[in-house]
Design a protein around this ligand. Structure first.
Ligand SMILES: Cc1ncc(COP(=O)(O)O)c(C=O)c1O
Length: 384
């Protein structure tokens, strides 16, 4: 039995939780925005308590042990040797996506990605008058696949950047080495900077599938890659606004830093504390979390297959705590509004670039009992 209790989360109704405030006063289970209803790792909570006890919360810089915790985690988990000098701290990954667009593309130039994908991949370039170009994922009968011909056709003389979601949200997909190698070759051939969002990398559910940081493929690809990471998703600390970019190439790092100047807030003392504790001391909790999430995933796949006709999970759920469901067979104009009316708050697939009415995303980072209730409500909501 796990020494951590994932079956009982603290009450989040009436708190500052964005996820729960959305449905304040309504009987809707919020399974939308990607944070979890579990208390964070005790190691993090204890480290924060100690830091709060100090009582002074001045402007902060990471102490060496914080950076070392990241360097060690990268080496141990992924065989990736990083130089502490490559790390650029950020208050969030969405900030990173926006900074990358401004640093490596000019107004009017294009950023390529594969959709459906986490919405800011498509909106970040547009925030600063860059264009976003999405190539749809293909389905090969087994799972999601890249349409390489479509990807080639999407490149224009104005394409500057490729945004990769590794592992992929919302498709819950782990990239295979051969695919990453081919993508890297594609970016090199077209001279694109590769922005690799690896926020979900510590949440691989399938033990047979390693996470491969894009930058480990070769020194050449590392030189053109901006990797974005954070302890936020995995350790449930996104509200602490602590993330980082890893930029091995000195020129690109300087360019990235220039684009942050004066507008990107610094990481806070509490954020650094949580980050260090997460990477250095949070491993037993993370392993227990992964086991619990696997159980949640398996429970959902089983109930959906048996009891929710018309709801389809089209590919293995290999990573993240996000379940992408095809509901087009239900023939609903607005599935999200429909399920909300029946007490389940999902994310609308259209936000990720899916066809309207075709998909919804469910966040299963919550106690199993919440999912049991949600599945009963969804079953009752199925159109007859
Ligand atoms: C792929 C991906 N990138 C970034 C984020 C958000 O990052 P942040 O809260 O650090 O801006 C999310 C959140 O769901 C995500 O799924």
């Amino acid at each position: 039995m796990s020494t951590f209790d994932f079956d009982h989360g603290p009450e989040r109704r009436g708190t500052d939780s964005q996820k729960w405030q959305k449905y304040a006063g309504r009987d809707v289970l919020p399974l939308w925005v990607a944070d979890m209803d579990f208390t964070s790792s005790p190691a993090i909570i204890e480290a924060l308590r100690r830091r709060v006890g100090h009582g002074v919360f001045g402007y902060a810089r990471p102490v060496p042990s914080t950076t070392e915790a990241i360097v060690e985690a990268m080496a141990k988990r992924y065989g990736w040797t990083i130089d502490p000098a490559w790390i650029v701290w950020l208050p969030g990954l969405v900030v990173g996506l926006n900074v990358v667009a401004q640093a490596f593309a000019q107004p009017g130039e294009e950023v390529l990605t594969l959709s459906p994908v986490y919405a800011p991949f498509m909106s970040a370039p547009k925030n600063s008058a860059r264009a976003s170009v999405s190539v749809p994922w293909a389905h090969d009968g087994q799972g999601w696949a890249i349409d390489w011909d479509a990807l080639e056709r999407a490149v224009t003389p104005k394409t500057r950047l490729f945004y990769l979601c590794n592992p992929h949200n919302p498709l819950a997909r782990v990239w295979r080495r051969a695919e990453l190698v081919r993508l890297a070759e594609f970016c090199e051939r077209h001279n694109l900077v590769l922005c690799s969002d690896e926020i979900h990398c510590d949440l691989i559910l399938d033990p047979a599938l390693p996470h491969i940081p894009t930058s480990v493929l070769s020194p050449e690809i590392a030189a053109r890659t901006i990797t974005l990471m954070a302890p936020s998703k995995t350790y449930n600390v996104p509200g602490l606004g602590t993330s980082f970019a890893i930029v091995p190439d000195a020129m690109r790092r300087a360019r990235f830093l220039r684009a942050t100047a004066g507008i990107v807030a610094e990481v806070t003392c509490l954020g650094f504390t949580a980050c260090e504790a997460a990477y250095r001391d949070g491993e037993p909790w993370r392993q227990a979390l992964l086991a619990y999430l696997r159980g949640n995933r398996d429970y959902l796949l089983d109930v959906i297959a048996r009891e929710l006709p018309g709801v389809r999970v089209e590919a293995p759920v290999e990573a993240t705590y996000l379940l992408w469901m095809n509901v087009s067979a239900l023939g609903l104009d607005n599935p999200t509004a429909h399920f909300e009316k029946h007490g389940v708050g999902l994310s609308d697939g259209a936000m990720f670039g899916a066809a309207k009415g075709s998909h919804v995303r469910l966040n299963f980072g919550c106690p199993r009992a919440t999912l049991v209730e949600a599945m009963q409500r969804m079953k009752a909501a199925l159109p007859s």
